[in-house]
Design a protein around this ligand. Structure first.
Ligand code: MNH
Length: 491
């Protein structure tokens, strides 16, 4: 080998070493406040609890100001915690969705499905245009009967049990069942067994693996460990993929369009005639299941927690349910009645303010720009909007830790700056399932409050579990069939 060539190889190796060591998401070398215990090499690894990264962030990030950072090995994370900076990042003309490592890691399961697609991937545009009509407010009309029926099954299931119910677990069964019925007409039998369907466990474990891998990639040996985790998880993932692929294959060739799967199999783009591929359809179904069930379940559970702690708010919610639904505790709302539960809707909004179940999302500039006129940001940089902090920014939210649904009275919403409340994300890549979640949650709350009185355990202290989303842990409620409805007193 010639000397020249040897030097060339050495240069390339050195170059790779240097480039490989570059800090990822380096913000042109700008530094931000950090937790103060940074160690060489591992960086801020010790400040974040790996099992509760976002919850622990609410603690260690509390006093660091509106923008701060965390460094783990070669990966830098920049966090934004006030309304002013979050609002700037939500300016869709200058910024767009970014995919931080934890979301990129999910691409292994959800590929270029809606949630994990890059902004410029053709399948995002295609799926967005094909599926938007299935998620409008009026499209909820077709899911309304399924939502009512599934809620009814949950109530019957509760009525067969004695003693308090585990709220998060019940709500997770409910939302999983509603979504799988609405998305692909599949009944997981959640209310005929006490254990969750194995599919649900396998799916959650597969995704957990993805999330853990996402945090590892820049650690020494991280890729190797990632491959080990994948190997250990291969059976679970294969099971999930197979179940979904079988469901898709069963329906291929049928022109039935009564659920999301039917729409995905049969609708082609009005201009280009393009359709989603079977693989992409599997990605979308998995995405809907994952993005749609735990998020809504957490929202319902937190709302019930706060209702159980605020008797006046609860009484007003029950009064509203009774006024609209009348004297029969088992009455159910029509599609048109659901938006009339305005107070109940505000109870939900306020729970999602204090505990946004999707706790954060990330944004990048479309081209090089200055954030707050001070911080240079290039398209490869991204900032994480920490919703738990933005939603409690004291310059916008008075007494931010107090649960007060009246904050969402129209007159009060108008007083706040734009983008101060973002539980469903922002812009083009905001939540496609927002109407679905709100319709389902309001309907379930109204029926539940109309049918039962709630008693929480006064000694319960709110504990939050961090999975892919945030949910209350071990929160139980006693449910007693209503005896005296508010309307029967009025009439
Ligand atoms: Mn949902 C995106 C929150 C219910 C399907 N969802 C998002 C984002 C947030 C979010 C925040 C944006 C993330 C980002 O910018 O990276 N979603 C929620 C919350 C609830 C919820 C708080 C319930 C409460 N989501 C649902 C339901 C479905 C769903 C129900 C499906 C039926 N969400 C999605 C999909 C996306 C998304 C799909 C990705 C949309 C896109 O990027 O085009």
């Amino acid at each position: 080998m010639s000397t020249h060539r040897r030097i060339d190889i050495r240069c390339r190796r050195a170059h790779r070493r240097i480039v490989g060591r570059k800090l990822k998401n380096d913000w042109s070398g700008q530094a931000f406040p950090h937790a103060g215990r940074r160690k060489p090499f591992i960086g801020d690894l010790g400040v974040s609890d790996p099992r509760h990264p976002l919850l622990s962030l609410l603690e260690w990030g509390a006093d660091l100001g509106p923008i701060y950072e965390m460094r783990i090995f070669r990966q830098n994370f920049v966090f934004v915690s006030n309304v002013e900076l979050a609002a700037e990042l939500c300016d869709e003309s200058r910024f767009c969705k970014a995919l931080p490592p934890a979301i990129t890691a999910l691409r292994q399961y959800a590929g270029d499905g809606l949630f994990t697609a890059h902004n410029d991937e053709p399948n995002w545009q295609l799926a967005h245009e094909l599926l938007m009509p299935a998620f409008t407010k009026s499209a909820m009309q077709s899911y309304h009967p399924t939502m009512l029926e599934t809620a009814g099954e949950l109530f019957d299931y509760w009525d067969r049990q004695s003693g308090p119910v585990d709220v998060t677990r019940s709500m997770t069964k409910l939302t999983m069942e509603t979504l799988s019925r609405a998305a692909f007409s599949h009944d997981f039998g959640s209310f005929t067994t006490s254990q969750p369907h194995p599919f649900v466990g396998a799916m959650i474990r597969a995704l957990e693996t993805g999330r853990r891998k996402g945090g590892l990639l820049t650690a020494p040996g991280g890729r190797l460990l990632g491959r080990y985790l994948d190997h250990r998880n291969a059976d679970q993932q294969a099971y999930v993929d197979r179940l979904l692929d079988d469901l898709i294959a069963e329906r291929t060739g049928s022109s039935d369009q009564h659920d999301l799967l039917g729409i995905m199999l049969n609708v082609s783009h009005p201009e280009t005639g393009e359709r989603l591929s079977p693989l992409n359809i599997r990605y979308q179904i998995l995405t809907f299941l994952v993005a749609g069930h735990e998020t809504t379940s957490g929202a319902l559970s937190f709302t019930l927690y706060y209702l159980s702690r605020n008797p006046e708010v609860l009484a007003a919610a029950q009064r509203e349910a009774d006024e609209i639904l009348g004297a029969d505790p088992r009455a159910t709302p029509t599609f048109e009645q659901v938006p009339k539960f305005r107070h109940i809707r505000r109870c939900l909004d306020e729970a999602l303010r204090i505990w946004p179940t999707v706790p954060a999302f990330a944004r990048s500039p479309r081209s090089e720009t200055m954030l707050a006129d001070r911080y240079r940001m290039r398209p490869e940089d991204w900032a994480v909007i920490v919703l738990g902090q933005v939603h409690r920014d004291p310059s916008v939210w008075e007494e931010p830790d107090v649960y007060d649904p009246d904050r969402f009275l129209p007159a009060n919403i108008k007083k706040r700056p734009a983008h101060s409340y973002k539980p469903f994300g922002s812009g083009l890549r905001a939540c496609i399932g927002r109407q679905f979640a709100i319709h389902e949650a309001v309907l379930v709350l109204a029926c539940l409050l109309h049918r039962y009185d709630l008693t929480g355990d006064p000694d319960y202290e709110l504990a939050v579990d961090e999975r892919l989303t945030m949910v209350p842990r071990d929160f139980e409620l006693g449910l007693q069939p209503r005896k005296q409805l508010a309307t029967s007193m009025v009439e």
